[in-house]
Structures are given as C-alpha cells and as structure tokens.
Ligand binder design. Structure first.
Ligand SMILES: NC(=O)c1ccc[n+]([C@@H]2O[C@H](COP(=O)([O-])OP(=O)(O)OC[C@H]3O[C@@H](n4cnc5c(N)ncnc54)[C@H](OP(=O)(O)O)[C@@H]3O)[C@@H](O)[C@H]2O)c1
Length: 277
C-alpha cells in the first residue's frame, strides 16, 4: 500500500482508507462482529485510515469498538457536526472515549459553525488529544466557503468528493489545496455506490490489467489516486472481501491521461470531463 503525506498535517496516510457512513451504523453483536471483520481486512491490507462522524448514527461507537485493542495500528479521522458549542464539546468528548483518548484528524463536518468549532478543535490539539484539524463538505455550492476556510491557515486537510461523475474540485479546490500544502481526503469515490450500478465488462477493463486493476472498483480508486494531489480515498463497504479488493488498488503504477479518460468514459462521463454545474 502506497502511503502519502497528508499535506502539512504531519500525518502519513495509506492511499486507500475506509469510510463508515451507513455501513457502520449498525448495532447488535452479530452486525458489530461483521464490521470488526471489515476493520480486520482493512488493517491486514494496510488501509489503516478510518473516517467517521457523529452524523453517521452508531458508526463512531462501532468503529471505536472494532479498534479497541489495537487503536495504535489505526489513524482515526472523525468530525464535529453541530452549530452548538456545548453539543460540539459533547461530541468531541464522546469521540475521544470511543477512540482511546485521541483523534488523528478532527474535521468540521459540512463547515457547520466552523469558526467556533475550529476554536474547540484547536484547544483539543493544544491538549494533545487531536493530531490535525480539517474541514469537509460534499457540495460544490459550499466550495467557495471551503476555499475561504482553507485560506485561514487554520486547517491542515480537507475532505471532498471526487469521482468521474463529480469533478468539481478540479477547478479550484485541488489547485488551492496543492498551493497551500493541504492534505486531501476523497469521500465517495464510487459516487455513494451509484458508479457500481453499471459495471463495465472484463473486456472493457482489459487495458487496465497492466496497472494491476482487475475490478471496476479498483479502476475508480486508481482514477482518483492517479492525481497525486489526492492523498487518501475512503470508500465505504460492509464487506471484508470488498475492503481487500479496494485496498489492492493502493499500489503503483498509476494511470496516465489515457487510462483516466478511459475510466471516465466507462463511467458514463462521455467526454471524460462531465461535470455537474
Ligand atoms: N456521502 C457523503 O456525502 C459523505 C459526506 C461526508 C463524508 N463521507 C465519507 O466518505 C465515505 C465514502 O463515501 P460514501 O460511503 O458516501 O460512498 P462510496 O464510498 O462512494 O460508496 C459506498 C458504496 O459502494 C459500495 N462498495 C464499496 N466497495 C465496493 C466494491 N469493491 N465493489 C462494489 N461495491 C462497493 C458499498 O456497498 P457495500 O457495503 O455493499 O460494499 C457502498 O454502498 C463515507 O462512508 C464517509 O465516511 C461521505
């Protein structure tokens, strides 16, 4: 698994990690044991960067339990997601309990009350409970504001969507992140699973075999990671086998422009640059 510096956050991350939205919002012994097996697969494959949020129901708790006896093997990213200062503090205290007293990357979710929440996270960083601070947003309508937050110098990393169907970050966010030396975490590399509904044939994927790609999921992850400004992609899955499959995309060689254009075409972005506006 290739590892990259997450900008100037001080963290070094595997290029493939794991998200927990929906997939880890479970409860009950059987379901939680199943998720532990997904975490086993991730750790076994070197994909030891995990992203969560209090917005994802039980996910932080379930992830924390799966990491309990091996927290030191993982990098944990989570988020504060509230406009309320007191609820923000309560969320951070809860997450610190789940994750053994430390969160490696603490992000302001959807830029909610970002000025206030950054102050809280800075306090936690001073106290040694938080490694680095970031901010996330899923919507291009918020990218102007995200750019403003990036320019404050108060965050070391961002989390944004990127896939052949969601390329808006190419316009301003990725160049700005590179200029400022910020880490870039990529959410929804499979467009929340939408890109998995129509899977190209083995024949279609044949030109990508020499890049170590044997599945459509791997083609999509390599499409993201071949842009070196992206440091870690965090596909979510409830399956240990798929976790291994996704992690296997985290090795060079990386795609050039031709292979990226092919993947974009196969994804249904006909000219390879389809963008939502
Ligand atoms: N969506 C957002 O707006 C958002 C916002 C902020 C942060 N995030 C973070 O980003 C993470 C990733 O985004 P996401 O979960 O929205 O979407 P995603 O990772 O693009 O897609 C997840 C879907 O892909 C399927 N999948 C995973 N690996 C697969 C494989 N190898 N083959 C076929 N299908 C596969 C999963 O189903 P199975 O479980 O059946 O494998 C799941 O339904 C989130 O979990 C969260 O941590 C997301």
């Amino acid at each position: 698994m290739e590892r990259r510096k997450l900008g100037r956050s001080g963290l070094e991350v595997p290029v493939v990690g794991m998200g927990t939205w929906q997939t880890f919002d479970v409860s009950g012994r059987g379901a939680e044991q199943d998720r532990r097996e997904v975490v086993d697969a991730a750790l076994g494959a070197g994909a030891n960067f995990f992203d969560s949020s209090p917005m994802y129901g039980e996910a932080e708790r379930v992830l924390g339990a799966a990491l309990q006896d091996r927290r030191d093997q993982a990098l944990v990213a989570t988020k504060v997601w509230t406009a309320s200062a007191s609820e923000g503090r309560a969320q951070v205290e809860r997450a610190l309990r789940f994750f053994g007293g430390r969160v490696d990357l603490y992000q302001v979710h959807n830029l909610l009350a970002w000025r206030e929440q950054l102050t809280l996270l800075e306090e936690m960083r001073e106290a040694g409970k938080v490694g680095a601070i970031g901010a996330t947003h899923y919507s291009p309508s918020a990218f102007e504001e995200l750019g403003n937050v990036m320019r404050t110098g108060r965050i070391a990393a961002i989390q944004v969507p990127y896939s052949p169907l969601e390329r808006e970050i190419e316009r301003e966010i990725l160049p700005l992140a590179a200029d400022l030396g910020l880490g870039v975490v990529i959410m929804r590399p499979f467009a929340e699973g939408a890109l998995m509904r129509r899977v190209p044939s083995t024949l279609d994927l044949a030109p990508l075999y020499e890049f170590g790609v044997t599945t459509w999921a791997q083609a999509l992850l390599k499409w993201v990671l071949s842009d070196q400004r992206c440091h870690v992609a965090i596909p979510a899955t409830s399956s240990p086998q798929r976790m291994e499959e996704n992690a296997a995309a985290g090795n060079p060689p990386w795609f050039g422009p031709e292979e990226r254009a092919l993947v974009a075409r196969l994804a249904g972005a006909e000219d390879g640059v389809k963008r939502k506006t």
